[in-house]
Ligand binder design. Structure first.
Ligand code: NAG
Ligand code: NAG
Ligand code: NAG
Length: 603
C-alpha cells in the first residue's frame, strides 16, 4: 500500500505530525496523558487530560457476537466539553466524530482539531452548544489490545517496508508475484504475533467496522447513562423523580469524514433506530468497500482533478505559475509532465540521501507525491507546482526531499529502542486488519487476476491507479475472517420525527466537493439514494471532503442547522467556498504539510 504511504509514513508520522500541528501556534507539543494509568471500566468515567479535555477508557465486549466470551477491549475516548453545562437550555448533547482511515486516531484528531469542529461546524452561538467526542477505534492507537504485527521486532518492519517500497508499482507480472510473496510473509507475521500474545491480547478478528459500529451504540448509551446519573446527583433528594418507566433509546449525533462515512453508513444500516443526526462527508460507496474486488469506484475523478491543477496554474498567471516560462498552455505542461514521469519510470533519478543512503526518484514516486497533493489543493498546489517545475527542468531536489521523508531509516529503528514516542503512529496492519476483513476474501487470487485488477485501476486513473490497486493488494494473503461480517444492505428507512423504533430521527446529510481525488461526487449521490430522504450538498471546492478541502461558511451553516433541526437542505444545494477565487488561495499556499498515512482520511 505504498502510496498514501501507510507503510512508509507509519514510522515517521509522529515526527512529521509534531512539525506541522496545524491549528496551534504553540511550539510545545501537546502533552500526551499516561493512558495506562486510567483504569478501564464498563461505565463511562472521565478524567482530566490534554489541558482542558476529558479522557476515558471504556471497556466493551471484544466479541459482540459471542455472549459467552467475556474478554474486553478498552476504547480510548476523548471529550471536548460543551461551552455550556449539560443542564443549560442550549446544551445540544454529544457529537461523535471520526476522521477516517481506516486506522486514524479519533483522539489525536479531536485533540488537534476538535475546537474547530465545535466552533465552526456544530455550535450555533446562543442557540445550541455541543460537546464533541471521538475515540480510537478497536485495534488502533490508544485503544487496547492494539494490532501490531511487528511488536517484537521493529527492525524487521523497517526491512519489510524498504523491500516493499523498492519493489515499485504493480505494473507487471513479476512485480505482482514478488509482492504476493511479501504480503504472504507479512500476513504470517500478523498471525504469529496475534496468537503469540495470549488470548487476552487477540485483536485481528475483532477490529472491523461492524464491531466498531456496535461500539458506537455502546458509547452513545454510556454517555446517556452518565448524563442521567449526573442529572440525578444535581437534583435534591426531595425532588427525585421516579425512574423513567418508558425510556427512549439514546441516539447518535455523528459526523464522519472519508472512511468515517463508511463507518456511519454501517451504523445507519445496522442500527437505523439509533440515528439521531448523521453527516457523511467525502463519501465512499459501502458496497464497493465491502463486496467484490473492492475499492474500484474511488478514482473516477482523480485525473480530472489533476487537469484542474494545470488549469489553475495558468489561471493564476505568470507571477505565480512557473510553467509560463516553459509551456504555452496547461495542456502542453500536462503532456510534458506525463512524458517526464514515464521517462522516470525507465530512468529513475538518483542521489545520496542526507544520511548517506540511496535516494531514487521513480515515476511512481512522483505520481504518489502528486496524488497526495490532490487531497488538499489549497495547501499543496503551489509547492507542488514549484517542485514539479524544478524537477522537470532537471533539478528534483524538492521532490527528493518529499520522497525521502517516506523512506524508513534503519538508523531510526536502531535508536528507536531508546526513545519510544508516547503518541501512537498509524501502523499499516491496523488499516489492513479493518479493510481486509470488511472486504471479501481475495486471498486465493492468482497473478493473472491481479494483473487484470491493477490494469483496470490504471485505466481509470493514470495518476493514481497503481497506487490505489495496492490497497486491496495488501489483502492478497489475508485469510483470516472476522467474528462479525456485514455486507449490507447499506440503506436506511424513512425517518420518523416521532422517534419510532428502527427509524432514523432524521435523514442522513451527505457532503462532497466538486472534484475529490478518492471519493467522487457521483458516488456520494449513489450512496445517498439508499437512505430515504437524504440529500447531497455539493461544496464548490477541490480536494478530499468538504470540511478538509476549504472553509465554507455556507456548508458549516447547513451542518449546524441540520444538527439543530434535522431538516434537510433542498436537493441540489451548492455551497461556495470562502477563499475567493480558488486559484488565488491555492497559489498563496505555504510549505507542504505532512505526508498521508491512510488512503481515506483527514490529515
Ligand atoms: C496564533 O497566531 C495568530 C496570528 O499571529 C493570532 O491571531 C492568534 O491569536 C494566535 N493563537 C493562539 C492560540 O495563540
Ligand atoms: C465463544 O466464547 C467461548 C468462551 O471463550 C468459546 O469457548 C467459544 O468457542 C466461542 N464461540 C465461538 C463461536 O467463537
Ligand atoms: C531519538 O532521539 C534522538 C535524540 O533526541 C533524535 O535525534 C531521534 O530523531 C529520535 N529518534 C526517533 C526514532 O524518534
Amino acid at each position: 500500500m505504498s502510496f498514501l504511504p501507510i507503510i512508509q509514513a507509519a514510522l515517521l508520522a509522529v515526527a512529521v505530525t509534531a512539525a506541522t500541528a496545524p491549528t496551534s501556534n504553540s511550539t510545545s507539543p501537546i502533552q500526551e496523558p499516561d493512558w495506562a494509568s486510567i483504569i478501564p471500566s464498563r461505565e463511562l468515567e472521565y478524567h482530566d487530560c490534554y489541558n482542558g479535555l476529558k479522557c476515558a477508557r471504556l471497556s466493551v465486549p471484544l466479541d459482540w457476537r459471542n455472549a459467552s466470551d467475556n474478554r474486553l477491549t478498552h476504547i480510548a475516548m476523548v471529550k471536548l466539553p460543551a461551552a455550556v453545562p449539560d443542564d443549560d437550555a442550549t446544551f445540544g448533547g454529544t457529537v461523535i466524530i471520526n476522521p477516517g482511515g481506516p486506522g486514524l486516531s479519533g483522539v489525536s484528531y479531536l485533540v488537534e482539531r476538535g475546537a474547530n469542529v465545535q466552533k465552526l461546524l456544530v455550535d450555533i452561538p446562543d442557540t445550541r452548544h455541543y460537546e464533541v467526542v471521538s475515540f480510537d477505534p478497536r485495534g488502533i492507537g490508544r485503544t487496547t489490545p492494539t494490532v501490531n504485527c511487528f511488536r517484537s521486532n521493529e527492525l524487521t518492519r523497517m526491512a519489510w517496508t524498504l523491500e516493499n517500497h523498492a519493489k515499485g508499482p504493480l505494473s507487471s507480472g513479476p512485480v505482482i508475484s514478488y509482492g504476493l510473496g511479501l504480503w504472504r510473509f507479512h500476513y504470517s507475521r500478523c498471525q504469529q504475533e496475534d496468537s503469540m500474545r495470549g488470548p487476552d491480547e487477540e485483536a485481528l478478528k475483532f477490529v472491523n467496522t461492524p464491531s466498531v459500529a456496535r461500539d458506537m451504540v455502546e458509547i452513545v448509551d454510556k454517555i446517556d447513562e452518565l448524563r442521567k446519573r449526573e442529572a440525578a446527583k444535581r437534583q435534591k433528594p426531595s425532588q427525585k423523580k421516579p425512574a423513567d418507566t418508558n425510556p427512549t433509546v439514546a441516539r447518535i449525533q455523528y459526523i464522519g469524514w472519508s472512511y468515517g462515512s463508511i463507518l456511519g453508513n454501517y451504523f445507519a444500516s445496522m442500527f437505523p433506530g439509533r440515528v439521531g443526526r448523521m453527516v457523511l462527508d467525502g463519501v465512499m460507496d459501502p458496497r464497493d468497500y465491502a463486496t467484490g474486488s473492492g475499492w474500484v469506484s474511488n478514482t473516477q475523478d482523480t485525473d480530472k482533478l489533476l487537469e484542474e491543477f494545470w488549469k489553475t496554474c495558468y489561471v493564476a498567471g505568470a507571477r505565480l505559475c512557473p510553467f509560463y516560462k516553459t509551456d504555452n498552455d496547461w495542456k502542453a505542461a500536462q503532456q510534458r509532465f506525463y512524458k517526464w514521469v514515464a521517462h522516470l519510470d525507465d530512468y529513475p533519478a538518483a542521489t545520496k540521501s542526507p544520511s548517506g543512503g540511496l535516494l531514487a526518484l521513480r515515476g511512481e514516486d512522483v505520481r504518489r507525491i502528486v496524488a497526495n497533493a490532490l487531497y488538499s489543493p489549497l495547501q499543496h498546489f503551489r509547492p507542488l507546482a514549484l517542485a514539479l517545475y524544478e524537477g522537470m527542468k532537471g533539478n528534483p531536489t524538492r521532490l527528493f526531499k518529499w520522497t525521502d521523508a517516506e523512506i524508513p531509516k534503519i538508523e531510526d529503528a536502531r535508536r528507536g529502542a531508546q526513545n519510544v514516542s508516547t503518541t501512537p503512529a498509524v501502523k499499516e496492519e491496523q488499516v489492513m486488519a479493518v479493510l481486509c476483513t470488511d472486504g471479501q476474501d481475495i486471498s486465493s487470487r492468482q497473478v493473472a487476476w491481479w494483473q487484470e485488477t491493477v490494469s483496470d485501476q490504471h485505466k481509470q486513473s493514470k495518476l493514481l491507479g497503481y497506487l490505489w490497486a495496492a490497497i486491496r493488494f495488501s489483502c492478497s494473503a489475508w485469510q483470516l475472517r472476522p467474528s462479525w461480517e456485514f455486507r449490507g444492505p447499506f440503506q436506511s428507512p424513512a425517518h420518523s420525527v416521532k422517534l419510532e423504533t428502527d427509524r432514523p430521527a432524521a435523514p442522513l446529510l451527505f457532503l462532497s466537493t466538486v472534484l475529490d481525488p478518492v471519493t467522487p461526487l457521483r458516488v456520494a449521490k449513489l450512496a445517498a439514494r439508499s437512505h430515504v430522504g437524504s440529500v447531497v450538498v455539493t461544496q464548490k471546492s477541490l480536494g478530499h471532503t468538504a470540511w478538509g478541502s476549504a472553509p465554507s461558511k455556507c456548508t458549516w451553516k447547513i451542518v449546524s442547522k441540520y444538527l439543530l433541526t434535522g431538516v434537510m437542505p433542498e436537493t441540489g444545494t451548492v455551497c461556495e467556498e470562502d477563499c475567493g477565487p480558488a486559484w488565488r488561495a491555492m497559489f498563496d499556499a505555504k510549505e507542504p504539510s505532512r505526508l498521508r498515512q491512510v488512503p481515506l482520511g483527514l490529515e
